[in-house]
Design a protein around this ligand. Structure first.
Ligand code: CO
Length: 455
């Protein structure tokens, strides 16, 4: 039976009707893409793990690590990446034409997510419980960290046998801790008046019973097969041990931690690895740490990192000279990729009536007149064209005029580089929850759109 016009699916836009069979094929591609994304997220409990996993994928695709300490010589077609501060990674494929002529095509995203981070002197014993003191990193939705089976991961600094400092990634993997909620019987108004969580008092995970303080160096040393005396420091995050999953009756959803913003890190890297060696313009992916705490650090979006890397690429061409970098910036485009707020069926009034992004309808262009997003009319139009080329109508988001607007790396990078920028991202629910919700078809559409951008 052939499909008649009224059977056509127009959920990706009136201009892009598809038969039910075509939609089914697209959904299957979404599910396959989402499975790959989930294995990346599960293996990346911290920005350091995300960076290392991305680096490994890049190496398998022929990319080579460059040190910022070395002098660089670059040729068209070279695939290279740079890591700064272990949580920020910039990868690029050098284009056939110089950046001064053809500009850079850049996709930006961030490797960090809100979580609980271990304090320098964390060990506590209270009322017979062993605990570790934590700081709240970023704008975590605190209630979602309650009653989760938590583990610890991050990086450990240690002194080698010849006295040098080195670092190792660590992931304890076992559910060793929990921020236990208070029984409803001891807080009778919690469901009617709301849960109030004090970051200092109420978010301290418990890790066991006993009068002795936890010897964290010993635990880390056991895991890493190091001498505990060799350990001199660490950056450790608690994370939820529950693996990510496809969800919904037809696997149309993705349930996972850290979708914001590992989904875009993954899509950007997949797109970069999919580019041919012969590109006109230099393709760049910038994955930043420290977005969730404002980007002001040695490797965040407000740092010199992207300017330093792009400047060196621009000067590597024979015609590279003082004017090469500003010329390149004037011709370049940045796609700042971070998740968008899908309209929530239980809280639909939180969105502006005309701007109600939905899950699995493709990327959302985010706009804010006060530059919390860096999108402009021209950059929105440019991005809209990419989405059309992929075969869908992009969605639009603007926050309600009576609500403050979130922000991301787009405006910060735009301010650093003076580069044309568009802020985009797939629609998700429960942003900054310990376990977020997104759409599997959107995972595929995001990758396709980013690939189209580099082409
Ligand atoms: Co984000």
């Amino acid at each position: 039976m052939t499909s008649s016009a009224n059977e056509m699916d127009t959920s990706l836009g009136e201009r892009f009707p598809r038969t039910p069979e075509q939609m089914e094929q697209l959904r299957a591609k979404g599910i396959a893409a989402a499975k790959r994304l989930l294995s990346f997220i599960d293996a990346s409990p911290t920005p350091y793990h995300a960076t290392e996993n991305v680096a490994q994928q890049l190496r398998e695709d022929g990319f080579e690590l460059l040190s910022e300490r070395d002098a660089w010589t670059l040729e068209p077609g070279d695939r290279r990446y740079v890591v700064r501060s272990a949580g920020t990674l910039i990868a690029f494929v050098v284009g056939a034409r110089s950046p001064a002529e053809a500009g850079f095509r850049i996709i930006g995203a961030h490797t960090d997510s809100p979580n609980l981070r271990v304090k320098p002197l964390p060990s506590l014993t209270r009322k017979g419980y062993q605990q570790l003191g934590v700081e709240v990193y970023g704008g975590a939705l605190l209630s979602t960290w309650l009653d989760r089976d938590l583990s610890l991961a991050g990086r450990v600094v240690y002194r080698t046998s010849d006295g040098e400092l080195d670092t190792l990634l660590v992931d304890l993997r076992r559910p060793i801790g929990r921020v236990a909620s208070l029984a409803v019987h001891l807080d009778r108004t919690v469901n009617t008046e709301g849960l109030v969580l004090d970051k200092q008092k109420h978010m301290v995970p418990l890790l066991g019973l006993g009068k002795d303080k936890i010897d964290l160096a010993q635990e880390l040393a056991d895991q890493l097969e190091l001498n505990p005396e060799a350990i001199t420091g660490y950056d450790l995050c608690f994370y939820d041990t529950q693996k990510g999953s496809l969800g919904g009756l037809r696997d149309e959803l993705v349930f996972s931690a850290r979708i914001d913003d590992l989904a875009n890190c993954h899509a950007a890297i997949e797109a970069l690895c999919g580019t041919p060696d012969k590109l006109d313009a230099t393709a760049v992916v910038a994955l930043y740490d420290h977005e969730e705490c404002g980007s002001r650090s040695a490797a965040g979006a407000a740092s010199s990192v992207l300017r330093d890397v792009l400047g060196r690429v621009a000067l590597a061409y024979p015609e590279g000279q003082v004017q090469a970098f500003p010329r390149a910036m004037a011709t370049s485009v940045l796609v700042s990729a971070d998740l968008a707020h899908a309209v929530h069926p239980n809280y639909a009034d939180r969105h502006d009536d005309n701007h109600v992004p939905a899950i699995n309808r493709g990327l959302v262009i985010k706009t804010n007149a006060n530059q919390a997003y860096a999108t402009s009319g021209p950059t929105a139009a440019l991005f809209e064209k990419l989405c059309h080329d992929v075969g869908y109508e992009p969605q639009h988001f603007v926050t309600r005029s009576d609500l403050p607007c979130g922000s991301t790396i787009g405006p910060i990078t735009a301010a650093q580089l003076g580069i044309q920028t568009v802020d985009v991202g797939a629609a998700q629910l429960s942003m900054h929850s310990c376990r977020e919700v997104a759409g599997s078809l959107d995972v595929y559409l995001t990758q396709q759109t980013f690939q189209q951008f580099f082409r």
